[in-house]
Unconditional design. Structure first.
Lengths: 301, 265
């Protein structure tokens, strides 16, 4: 960690008393300790208890619940990771040209475009996801155009839809996830590309690099911190999301978040739900750690 | 065709923006719909009924009021706590910096469904009933990290020599903070507060785990309504929210531009 760069020293600081930073940190960190860290402990503890909601639970150390949970719901876990990864790739493909345009070509329109990129957030995301039901509805213009162009046939061939409509399908869920988390991909990419000096790309051209080579060897490597931050900010919430699969999917597209939600709040099987929740957390932490190691960017905050 | 080739990047950017903004347009257009039956998914006829009576659907404005109250309390508290942490990180040396950074980063890297369900188990064991208090505690928790990131980014750009100059001119640490550091960091603090408010206002997943039937926030109302057929008023409030937020952002940008000009001139 680049601590020296984060906290430049100075005479003003040396005069301050040493308890000041701890006093500043204490309330915020205490809040996170009690309402973020402690719940992880109670979640783990809940998963190892047996009993029911009415008679109460006792801690029995029933580790077998994890085998049960994974054995029963591994398709949902895999599906969640698969959908989230697919949506992340599509979001990257869509976000990169827009972020590049904003950062390098937009000139004085930059701020207007930035407002437009965050504008979707101005309307509640549940309402916007419901709007996709209108857009993709069976009799709507989007479906009719897709049918006329035989895109619906292609999607069916790829097993992304089950019939010649678009809604209530794998396709709709992934499109919804891509849409919902796209701004989280665009903003870090924009931040990285905004810092890119266009003269570096020109220099590559002067040295006879083709546009593709210039992109591959100059622009892309320099935008990697943005790519890493953007893919994480898209993948993590997408993997736990169940709004899209619930509103745009069908019974074959149920994601793990939806299972955890219904096991906790409707089935009331707390130990199983807690175990699933823990498995999801560990799985995402594992994937994210491996990814960040590979990408070689440890400083993300 | 040559034009298309030359403007490929521009076209791609426009198409992606369209993909992002079409749902907002659809929400606004369908706020003027006069649907037949319960489902407002297909266009029938133009009507101003819902705009004339935005609270016309039972419970919708109560839920909106609750979301505004929770959002206000949660974003203010998170802004105070988060700003303090950001100042400690940006302006002080202390032991445990790496651990602090990790603790701030973790809530942003944890899926909401995990945070929501883990809070449910904590509140169960503490005996804290689900409801407005539980929702507010949860919202403060997930907002803190975002405030820290927003304020820290601003504090990092501040020139520490300005504070040193104030100290050299005899200002006490408190005076330096109030007259120099805080005003300079204010845009970052405001950005963090607005982000926290919108995160709190829009949260469904974590709220769902901490809410009771008598504490229905606006997203929870929308979710419930979506199961039975959402009333047109949902679109009206969605559109109003969009307009208010747009106004705030445009005003903020205009203000920043004016300040920039007056500084340059």
């Amino acid at each position: 960690m680049a601590e020296a760069a984060l906290a430049p020293g100075g005479p003003a600081r040396r005069r301050r008393r040493s308890w000041v930073p701890y006093a500043l940190l204490a309330p915020g960190l205490l809040w996170l300790a009690v309402f973020f860290v402690a719940p992880m402990v109670t979640l783990g503890s809940q998963s190892l208890q047996e009993g029911n909601v009415y008679d109460g639970y006792t801690l029995t150390g029933n580790v077998g619940i994890y085998a049960d949970a994974v054995g029963k719901y591994w398709p949902h876990l895999l599906r969640s990771v698969g959908y989230a990864a697919t949506a992340t790739v599509f979001a990257l493909l869509l976000a990169y040209p827009l972020a590049y345009f904003m950062a390098q070509k937009a000139g004085r329109w930059k701020n207007v475009l930035l407002v437009l990129v965050v504008a979707p957030f101005f309307t509640s995301f549940l309402i916007r996801t419901l709007a996709w039901r209108t857009i993709l509805s069976d009799t709507g213009p989007v479906t009719e155009v897709a049918q006329a162009l035989h895109l619906t046939d292609l999607l069916q061939l790829l097993h992304l839809t089950n019939n010649d409509t678009l809604l209530s399908s794998k396709f709709a869920v992934i499109a919804g996830l891509t849409y919902n988390f796209l701004p989280f991909m665009i903003l870090p990419l924009y931040a990285a590309l905004d810092r890119l000096d266009p003269r570096l790309v020109e220099a590559a051209g002067d040295l006879y690099a083709s546009p593709w080579q210039a992109f591959r060897h100059v622009t892309w490597p320099l935008s990697l911190p943005g790519v890493v931050a953007g893919t994480l900010l898209t993948f993590i919430p997408a993997a736990g999301d169940f709004i899209n699969s619930r509103l745009l999917g069908n019974t074959q597209t149920v994601m793990i978040g939806q299972v955890i939600d219904s096991q906790f709040l409707r089935v009331l099987d707390y130990p199983l739900a807690a175990a699933l929740s823990f498995v999801l957390l560990l799985m995402i932490l594992g994937l994210v750690t491996a990814y960040v190691r590979r990408a070689g960017t440890e400083e993300l905050v | 065709m040559a034009w298309v080739r030359r403007h490929l990047l521009f076209l791609a950017a426009v198409l992606v923006l369209a993909y992002m903004l079409v749902p907002n347009v659809v929400v606004a257009v369908f706020s003027f719909n006069d649907p037949v039956g319960r489902y407002n998914y297909t266009w029938r006829a133009f009507s101003l009924d819902a705009w004339a009576n935005p609270c016309g659907a039972a419970g919708i404005c109560q839920s909106l009021g609750l979301s505004l109250r929770v959002g206000l309390v949660a974003s203010l508290t998170a802004t105070v706590l988060g700003t303090m942490v950001a100042f400690a990180l940006g302006r002080h040396r202390f032991r445990g910096r790496a651990g602090t950074n990790l603790l701030i980063f973790m809530p942003m890297a944890t899926p909401e469904v995990v945070m929501g369900s883990s809070l449910l188990t904590l509140f169960l064991m503490m005996g804290l009933p689900a409801g407005t208090l539980a929702i507010t505690i949860a919202h403060i928790m997930f907002c803190i990290s975002f405030v820290v990131v927003a304020v820290k980014a601003r504090v990092a750009t501040l020139d520490p020599r300005l504070e040193e100059a104030a100290a050299d001119l005899g200002a006490t640490p408190l005076q330096t903070f109030l007259r120099v550091t805080f005003p300079l960091a204010f845009p970052g603090i405001l950005a963090g507060a607005l982000l926290a408010f919108s995160l709190s206002f829009d949260d469904y997943i974590i709220t769902n785990f901490t809410a009771s039937p008598s504490s229905v926030t606006f997203p929870m109302y929308v979710w419930g309504a979506a199961q039975r057929g959402a009333p047109v008023q949902v679109n009206v409030i969605g559109t109003l929210m969009f307009l208010v937020a747009l106004l705030v952002v445009v005003a903020g940008q205009a203000l920043a531009a004016r300040r920039e000009r007056s500084r340059a001139g």
